[in-house]
Design a protein around this ligand. Structure first.
Ligand code: PLP
Length: 375
């Protein structure tokens, strides 16, 4: 068959894009740490980064040694992540055939969308919450049914139940502790939602800071429609290495294996996760220090006249700002080299979220906030 070379202008090429992609708002990337430092005219070591719920206590000291000593970085990783899944099985106490490893919980959220979503299918998102659920829904062509949380950031159960019957969504995303407020979902709420004809994804990225006894990861053994996500980014301080995991019913996981990229978790990330699990006693000791620091940070904040912290089970504290503008407070702190999270979103415009840092970070924050309160 004769093919003709068709001259195509740029705009014709743009017509080839998926319509879903064209309708998504342009991506606004976060600035990397070194660019932020540069913008603020300070060396990176002087920046106190409390804006992304990272673990500023860092990884286990064994991780750096293990990474320097990798035997086979030139060989592709195990596509089935057998060693990591086995170690996770021992750590969590559920069989490795229920466990899936990913390049962060983020990758698994996207994979879940790819597993379930046909164009125009619906998911339920309960904002204010982690932004990736609605983002990945849009990328994968799903419509998001928004069920706002109540004023105290708890779930609006009645509205969710109603939305399930009206819109027949496929997926419901829940977060416990929730980002940004740090609230937990109760067992009663979870039972009610699991009884609905929907896949429930329970994101437990911060569960270690709530106390591991609050995890419901083993419920996947009893509930075929439950998926629980966890990560090494927070408690184990491996955010930069990208490794997370999910617990699924065996039936669902069989389907997920079909669509995963073979080498999704790098050799370095796998090794770092394995070493972290070996050193979990020490890392969980650090988690308990972070919980104590959270208490101190919340206490310090509650004594200020213009910030009102919410009780949190995560490694962060959400505060309502009253009497001054949250945006201006965020900017004033940035000017001092302290980065906190400001949300330019409905319901959160008068809020900031502060990650729990090291003890001296809380001290510096206290000094600067006290100064601002007397200005
Ligand atoms: C609720 C929640 N889930 C998942 C993630 C991302 O986890 P990961 O780093 O494993 O992709 C975050 C990161 O901030 C989060 O807040």
């Amino acid at each position: 068959m004769k093919t003709e070379h068709i001259k195509t202008t740029d705009s014709n090429y743009m017509d080839l894009l998926r319509s879903t992609v064209r309708s998504i708002e342009p991506y606004v990337p976060i600035l990397p740490f070194e660019v932020l430092a540069d913008n603020l005219g300070r060396p990176i070591q002087e920046i106190i980064k409390l804006d992304a719920n990272e673990n500023l206590y860092g990884p286990s000291s064994l991780v750096r040694d293990a990474l320097a000593d990798l035997d086979y970085p030139h060989i592709y990783p195990d596509p089935e992540n057998r060693a990591l899944r086995k170690a996770l099985s021992d750590f969590i106490g559920i069989p490795s055939e229920n466990i899936f490893a990913g390049a962060g919980a983020d990758e698994i959220i996207d994979l879940i969308m790819r597993l379930f979503i046909d164009q125009g299918d619906k998911i339920i998102d309960c904002p204010p919450t982690f932004g990736m659920y609605s983002f990945d829904a849009a990328v994968n062509g799903a419509e998001t049914v928004v069920i706002e949380r109540k004023d105290d950031f708890t779930l609006d159960l009645e509205a969710i139940v109603e939305a399930v019957s009206v819109y027949a969504p496929k997926l419901l995303f829940l977060t416990s502790p929730n980002n940004p407020d740090g609230g937990l979902i109760s067992d009663e709420e979870l039972h009610t939602l699991l009884a609905l004809p929907i896949i429930v994804i329970l994101d437990e990225a911060y569960i270690e800071f709530a106390g591991i006894e609050n995890s419901r990861i083993d419920w996947v053994l009893e509930h075929e429609n439950l998926i629980v996500l966890r990560t090494f980014s927070k408690w184990a301080g491996l955010a930069g290495l990208r490794v997370g995991y999910g617990a699924f019913s065996v039936g669902l996981l069989k389907e997920l294996w079909k669509i995963k990229q073979p080498y999704n978790v790098s050799v370095a990330a796998t090794e770092a996760a394995l070493v972290s699990l070996d050193d979990s006693v020490n890392l969980l000791q650090v988690v308990s220090e972070i919980r104590s620091e959270r208490k101190r940070l919340s206490q310090m904040l509650s004594e200020l006249p213009f910030v009102f912290p919410y009780p949190s089970h995560g490694n962060f504290v959400l505060c309502q700002v009253k009497g001054i503008s949250a945006l201006e407070l965020h900017q004033a702190l940035s000017a001092e080299g302290i980065l906190v999270r400001y949300f330019d979103k409905p319901r959160l415009r008068d809020h900031i979220r502060i990650s729990v840092g090291l003890s001296h970070h809380t001290d510096v924050l206290e000094t600067i906030l006290s100064r601002i309160s007397t200005e």
